[in-house]
Design a binder for this molecule. Sequence first.
Ligand code: ACM
Length: 270
Amino acid sequence: MTFLRVAFVQGRPRFGRTEANLDHGLALARTAQAELVVLPELWSTGYVFSSHEEVASLAEDARRGATATRLADAARRERRHYIAGFAEVARGRFYNSAMLVGPRGVRAVYRKLHLFEREREWFSAGDLPLAVNRVGPARVGMLICFDWRFPEAARVLALLGADLIAHPSNLVFPNAQEAMRVRALENRVFTVTANRTGIERRPGDTVTFTGRSQIVDPDGRVVVRAGKAEQVAHAVHIDLARSRHKRLTAATPLFTNRRPEHYGVLVRRS
Ligand code: ACM
């Protein structure tokens, strides 16, 4: 069995309303029949922090916080997996993180490696290795939003065997969705970008998000895409055999054609 039903949720969280945001996300998720549901970046809190006190008061423990508790409860009742973005506190540091939650609780946490703009004021950069986890028959990796701009991250997940990259997002650049098609194509993986919508106006900053959440196949084709402003969940059935077929033609393998001995500069600090 190499099929999986996967969904994204696209919605509009309200800053600081963790419980209401979780209610909203889980209600949208219930409209999608899928074994894995992906929600946007920083879903529980909203995006535009305005002080360190705000970050400290809204960040959660990855196992005992509201996001973990509510998602684990939903995952157990619905017998499926969730991935969602949240603000994490661990050992006195704050991270822009995503958690993978299954019927038996939190399975994995990913901490965003590439922070964007003012995120650098609020969060520490991720310090956990890129990793792939099983969800049913699928091997799933996680990236968060601006990680799209660093093709190395998606490539690492693909080399670790990911069939699918879950990509909780609060995208602001208009070309990110198209770029994610390239991440899917160049790695022959499925990508699931769960983006938020709306404008967040907070003291000191206003940010407009681009919606257009999407699921892309290993040929870079958009299988489903939401509109810019709608609040919606979409599910599709994906065949994992397609992402495991890493040949471009019979005589042209993708990964074994790589020449890593010429790529050394990639792992040097700039
Ligand atoms: C972003 O990384 N949230 C733009």
